[in-house]
Design a protein around this ligand. Structure first.
Ligand SMILES: *Cc1c(COP(=O)(O)O)cnc(C)c1O
Length: 366
């Protein structure tokens, strides 16, 4: 990870002073030529991929990237493998089919996923919504009104998860309007924001934003960190001000080949998250997204990571390992097998150290 920051970044990060987030975002690299000014890439190759899947790397994230094999490079920099992938699915979770109104996915009874933004502070190469992020138009007022009407009409919805794109790329006023409109619906208890901004553009977490979010509690913020090098002083400050504002923070990590598919690295990441007051929530098996299959890992690798976390660190550091089944089957938790066998009402349970211990199953007698 680079720490000097200044020489290849449009901004002098070495001083630790960044301009306002809009300015950082506006200086993002979005062409091969711009990226090649900072990183060892072939500009023509990058542009070839970008014609199909847009690129955006903002100067903050750019200054964290060191060498092509450091785990941050691959998350941000396009590769030709994206174009070669023809097996992946354009909409791997059948979100469009589960959308009663456009941009709103109602798959689980008591909660909805509402895509209120189409922009991100960085376009991740493994994005599950590669089909739309950075190129679809954001829902305009009439479409938002349709989503709100749907939520108002469905009293079983008690939890609304705003995503996109990234909802924190909306202006404060627009976000305030959306949150305020949801808050007056009596059956909506929980609001959630799914955002990568604390990781990719922590400067977006301003005092004004924290005040805005505090007003709409209970509101949970779901962050997305994938690598320990992403937990910088800036990210820690952003998460700290959110936590101080009373916003509970939970993290979703995507398991990515050659980026974070390593138990030691994952332990470091989860511990660092807990130390900045972010509770690990999900470890996601990569979806079958077209253009991202070069990031896929075997299921065994995820199970091995969970086993290592269980064995070597606290329960607070262990996320649920989930696979979101193709076609809309939903998120299913996978866990290493701990019950070895059952013999006459006695379970044989394997400890984290491989020992097998007998434990009564405790069945009710008929
Ligand atoms: C992940 C997801 C949610 C939220 O699920 P939780 O398991 O409650 O975090 C809601 N709707 C959709 C469509 C999702 O994919």
């Amino acid at each position: 990870m680079r720490t000097d920051g200044g020489s290849r970044s449009p901004f002098q990060a070495a001083s630790g002073v960044w301009p306002p987030w809009r300015e950082i975002l506006a200086a993002s690299a979005d062409t091969g030529t711009a990226l090649a000014r900072h990183l060892p890439v072939d500009a023509a190759e990058v542009d070839q991929v970008a014609r199909r899947y847009p690129i955006r790397v903002n100067p903050y994230y750019l200054h964290l990237i060191g060498s092509p094999d450091d785990g941050l490079f691959a998350q941000a920099v396009p590769q030709l493998a994206e174009l070669a992938d023809q097996d992946g699915l354009v909409d791997p979770l059948a979100e469009e089919a589960h959308s009663p109104v456009r941009n709103l996915v109602h798959r689980y009874e008591d909660r909805v996923l509402w895509l209120v933004s189409s922009e991100c502070a960085m376009i991740c190469r493994f994005c599950t919504r590669k089909r739309r992020v950075g190129r679809s138009v954001p829902p305009e007022d009439e479409r938002l009104a349709l989503g709100l009407a749907y939520i108002r009409d469905h009293r079983e919805i008690r939890d609304v998860l705003l995503s996109g794109g990234d909802p924190l790329l909306l202006e404060d006023e627009r976000l305030a309007w959306i949150l305020g409109s949801l808050r007056v619906i009596p059956h909506v208890e929980i609001l959630r924001l799914g955002t990568r901004v604390p990781c990719t553009l922590p400067q977006r977490i301003t005092p004004d934003l924290c005040r805005l979010l505090t007003k709409h509690q209970p509101l949970y913020l779901m962050t997305h960190f994938n690598h320990p090098a992403e937990i910088t002083a800036e990210a820690a400050a952003a998460c700290g001000s959110l936590a101080d504002a009373g916003i509970p923070l939970a993290n979703q990590t995507v398991l990515l080949k050659r980026v974070n598919d390593d138990p030691d690295l994952m332990i470091e990441l989860m511990r660092k998250l807990v130390s900045i007051r972010v509770r690990p929530y999900y470890l996601h098996q990569l979806d079958f997204t077209r253009g991202a299959s070069h990031f896929r890992t075997p299921i065994a690798s995820g199970l091995e990571i969970i086993a290592a976390l269980r064995r070597r660190t606290s329960g607070l550091c262990v996320p649920h390992y989930v696979v979101d089944l193709p076609g809309g089957g939903g998120k299913i938790q996978l866990a290493p097998e701990t019950i070895v066998a059952e013999e006459g009402g006695i379970l044989l349970i394997r400890t984290h150290h491989g020992e097998v211990i007998r434990y009564p199953a405790g069945r009710n007698k008929r």
